[in-house]
Each structure stands twice: as structure tokens, then as C-alpha cells.
Design a protein around this ligand. Structure first.
Ligand code: S3P
Ligand code: PEP
Length: 428
């Protein structure tokens, strides 16, 4: 598709859609709990619809009306044997969390996904799950399809995580809920804690002390109402749009601001970006974020900040192309195993537009500020790369920017292009 270029004065409100991580978990917890779980603000995007499809295929009754979802849970023991392998599309969160969850269930399931999922490492969940006595396997030990054999008796383990990954942590906690004895997970760095929050919300018991999480299984969970805030990872594209385009101010109401997700706010402030937080709702961990066009300076993004902004690194790289000085992103090797190798793809696509970005083994070095020019660019099927390139295009003064594989944005944000156009007052 042709992208909008040469934009300033982006003004207005964007209500970004529901948080992807919380939406996935609301269906999963609803399915294993007892009673009717009501989800409000569910993200209707391809990834979360994959999770919904998976649990329906296991016989869970789910009523889906727009962003309202009802999940009639009867406990994991009620899951029905699916007749065929289940397609989880492009969603790493679905396949990894569901593998842990189903390891302690009563049914045999095969999970597979698209070409990108088939290249993402699954050994990171299979290895510790096998230690718990789970029967989980793939043909070569690391790549989907994953075969999960039910009716195994899981036992709790103590596991020191070799990677900072909320998906691995969550897979183990979900398995631990149906295992005998104590499951202890020790994180490498603190990652998003939506699973821990939801275990507590659904009446489960777990103890969190710094990076150590403990729970005793088996546990019986009770249905709840889950109110999903807007996704800060989606809001990030508009935060950066407002900061880098002239005379702009963008208001983003109801954005989730769990402390485990707000690394991008810290980085924007480190770079002297104007961002305010108002209307904070402490219960739902949400607030209104307002960004204003700013004169930015380079920064360093590293260490324990990385898991708090892992999915925002491509758009942070774009932000850094407009800051004066050299921005260094390091300790971000996990970016290589996302939907694409986001270190390589971020650099190569932005460099096509005139950015000056070097890749390293664990991150990026971005020299700014650089003007951006027209080019033919490609999402490579990665939703976050597609949205980042659409924001980059706003800075191009003349010519035409063409984005190949733009449909990838539907993985997490189907209305992205319409919401962007609404700030400009044009429809696409
Ligand atoms: O747990 C989650 O919901 C997620 C965890 C992160 O993945 P990793 O655990 O692989 O870092 C993140 O990149 C993904 O978009 C969602
Ligand atoms: C990495 C992502 O998601 P997942 O791992 O669920 O595919 C993402 O949304 O950027």
C-alpha cells in the first residue's frame, strides 16, 4: 500500500485497542476457571482470535460479541479431545502459553502455526516442561508443530530462567497450576506480570518476591470479570508519531501502564520527549498519555529496561533516528527470535529510507538526526515493523513510500491505518 507522507500537526485522540497480552490470558484463565468469565475490551486482532479459536476447538463455550467476550469455563478437566491439529497462526504467546497450560490437561493436542512461528524457538518452554514430567515434543526438539500428550501427572520444579521471557514464565506458571507440589520460577530479569496478576484475580495463590515466583498446585480458579486496558505496545506508535512530527499533540486515553510495560515512557523522558500521564486508574493500571512534538536527544537502552519495552524497540529505533546524537540499544538479542529478526529488519528497512543504523549482535546503534526519504519498504509479515514504517513515512517530504505486506498489522491492530488517518483528518 501507499503510505501517507509529509505530515505535521497530528492532533486528536486515539483509543488504542485492548492489550494483547491481557486479552490472550483472559481467554485462557476463563477456560480453566469455573463459571462465566466476562471480558471487556478484548483485542479483536488475529493473534487473540487464534487463542479464542484454540479454546473453542477444545470444547470451551465462548460467546464473542465485538470487544465483549464470555467464557464459560468448567475447569481444564472438561476440555474435549480435538479431532485435528490446531492452527495458532502467527501468535507466539498463544503457542507457548497454551503448551504449558495443556501439558497438565486431559487431551492430546498438536499446535502449529504459520511460517514465522515455525522458525521461533519452542525448546525454551519444552525443556522445563519436560522436567515437570510433561509429555511435550516437536520433531527436532525446538520448532513447531508441538505435540502435547494429556493425562500426565505434572510435578512442580524450581526453574532458573536462562532468558528474560514472560511467555516462558507464564507457560510454567500455567503448568504449575495443574501440577503436584511447588513450582518456583526465578526470572533472569523481571518481565510483564499479567499472568501473576490474573492468577491472583481468579482466586489463585502465588507468592512473588522480587524475581522469584512460587505457587503450589493443583489450584481451582473461579471465573472473574476482566477489564482489558488499551495496549501500550500499540499506543507506542502514536506516542512516537506525536513526538517526531511538527506541531503535533496526540492524546491516548485508557492505556495500560503496568510498571512491567512502561519502559517506553522512561526512554521518551530520557530523550527529553514531552509526555504527560493523567487520569490514572490504579485498579485497572491505566491512564491517559499525551505526547507533544519535542526536540529529542540520544540515549542508551539496555539491561533491565529491555523486557519492559521489548516489543517497542522497532518504534524506539525510529524515534532515535530523529534525536541528536548516537542512541545505543543493547542486551536485546531476544529481538532476533520475534516474528522476524527485528534487529536486522528494523535497520535494513529504515536504512532504505535514509536512516543511519548499524546492527550489533544484541542491538542497534542509531546515529541521528537523519531526514527520511521515499522508498519501497517491507513489513516482512511483521506487524510491528509494518506500523513502525507507516509512522516513519509521515516524515518523508516528497515522493511515495510503498509498504509491502501491510496487511500484517492485523495481527495486533487491524484498525491501525484508520486510526492514523483520523489524526490527519483523511480516510484511507
Ligand atoms: O507474554 C506475553 O504476552 C508476551 C511476551 C513477550 O514475549 P517473550 O516472552 O518471548 O519475550 C512479548 O514479546 C510478546 O509480544 C507478548
Ligand atoms: C512478539 C510478539 O508477539 P508473539 O510473541 O505473541 O508472537 C509481538 O506482538 O510483538
Amino acid at each position: 500500500m501507499k503510505l501517507l507522507i509529509n505530515q505535521k500537526k497530528l492532533q486528536g485522540h486515539v483509543y488504542v485497542p485492548g492489550d494483547k497480552s491481557i486479552s490472550h490470558r483472559s481467554i485462557m484463565f476463563g477456560a480453566i476457571a469455573h463459571g462465566q468469565t466476562r471480558v471487556k475490551g478484548f483485542l479483536e486482532a488475529e493473534d487473540c482470535l487464534s487463542t479464542l479459536h484454540l479454546f473453542r476447538s477444545l470444547g470451551v463455550e465462548i460467546v464473542h460479541e465485538g470487544t465483549d467476550v464470555l467464557v464459560n469455563g468448567c475447569g481444564i478437566e472438561s476440555f474435549k479431545q480435538p479431532k485435528v491439529p490446531i492452527d495458532i497462526g502467527n501468535s507466539g504467546t498463544t503457542i507457548r502459553l497454551a503448551t504449558g497450560l495443556l501439558a497438565g490437561g486431559p487431551v492430546d493436542v498438536t499446535l502449529y502455526g504459520d511460517a514465522s512461528i515455525a522458525k521461533r524457538p519452542m525448546g525454551r518452554v519444552l525443556t522445563p516442561l519436560k522436567e515437570m514430567n510433561a509429555s511435550v515434543s516437536t520433531q527436532d526438539g525446538n520448532y513447531a508443530p508441538i505435540h502435547i500428550k494429556g493425562n500426565q501427572t505434572l510435578t512442580g520444579i524450581r526453574y532458573q530462567m536462562p532468558v528474560a521471557s514472560a511467555q516462558v514464565k507464564s507457560a510454567l506458571l500455567l503448568a504449575g497450576l495443574h501440577a503436584k507440589g511447588e513450582t518456583t520460577v526465578i526470572e533472569k530479569e523481571k518481565t510483564r506480570d499479567h499472568t501473576e496478576d490474573m492468577i491472583k484475580q481468579f482466586g489463585g495463590k502465588l507468592e512473588v518476591t522480587g524475581k522469584v515466583i512460587r505457587l503450589k498446585g493443583p489450584q481451582r480458579l473461579i471465573a472473574q470479570t476482566v477489564v482489558v486496558p488499551g495496549d501500550i505496545s500499540s499506543a507506542a506508535f502514536f506516542m512516537v508519531a506525536g513526538l517526531i512530527t511538527k506541531e503535533s499533540q496526540i492524546v491516548l486515553p485508557n492505556v495500560g501502564i503496568s510498571a512491567t510495560r512502561t519502559g517506553i515512557i522512561d526512554v521518551i523522558r530520557q530523550m527529553n520527549g514531552h509526555l504527560t500521564i493523567t487520569n490514572e486508574d490504579k485498579l485497572n493500571k491505566s491512564a491517559t498519555l499525551t505526547v507533544t512534538n519535542s526536540s529529542l536527544k540520544a540515549t542508551t537502552v539496555e539491561g533491565k529496561l529491555i523486557p519492559r519495552l521489548i516489543d517497542e524497540l522497532p518504534i524506539i529505533a525510529l524515534l532515535a533516528t530523529q534525536a541528536s546524537g548516537t542512541t545505543v540499544i543493547r542486551n536485546a538479542e531476544e529481538l532476533k527470535v520475534k516474528e522476524t529478526n527485528r534487529i536486522d529488519v528494523t535497520a535494513s528497512e529504515l536504512n532504505k529510507m535514509g536512516a543511519n543504523i548499524e546492527t550489533t549482535s544484541d542491538g542497534l546503534i542509531i546515529h541521528g538526526p537523519t531526514p527520511l526519504h521515499a522508498a519501497v519498504v517491507d513489513s516482512h509479515g511483521d506487524h510491528r515493523i509494518g506500523m513502525m514504517l507507516a509512522i516513519a513515512s509521515l516524515l518523508v517530504e516528497t515522493g511515495q513510500v510503498e509498504l509491502k505486506n501491510s496487511e500484517a498489522v492485523a495481527v495486533s491492530y487491524p484498525r491501525f491505518f484508520e486510526d492514523l488517518a483520523s489524526l490527519i483528518g483523511e480516510k484511507q
